[in-house]
Write a protein of this length. Sequence first.
Length: 118
Amino acid sequence: MTVDGMKNGLISRMMDAATMRHEVLTNNLANQNTPGFTRSVVQFESLLQDAIASGKQETGGITPLVKADTISPRSDDGNNVNLELELNSIRENQLLFDTYASIMKSSFDILKSSIHSR
């Protein structure tokens, strides 16, 4: 096990997934008026949840997956980007990232405290 522990490795990967999700969501927004554009979504937390629920002990090989959203309804020009959905998704993703960063900071604060205590 490394100094930062397995938990911090997972939290770091979750932060990376949130960063990737932000890039995908902003790309969706940038293409909201592009005829025929299909929005994309990033799956990661659900993949982790499925792996844990199935009893998998090792989740290190699980990586974020970018998929085309074929479920959202399309407008007349074939585009399925919804401004309100994208903005809400960005807000939700920001909250996730902030939560992950807070967990990571707390972990490092505990490590720092244990190093400096006598």
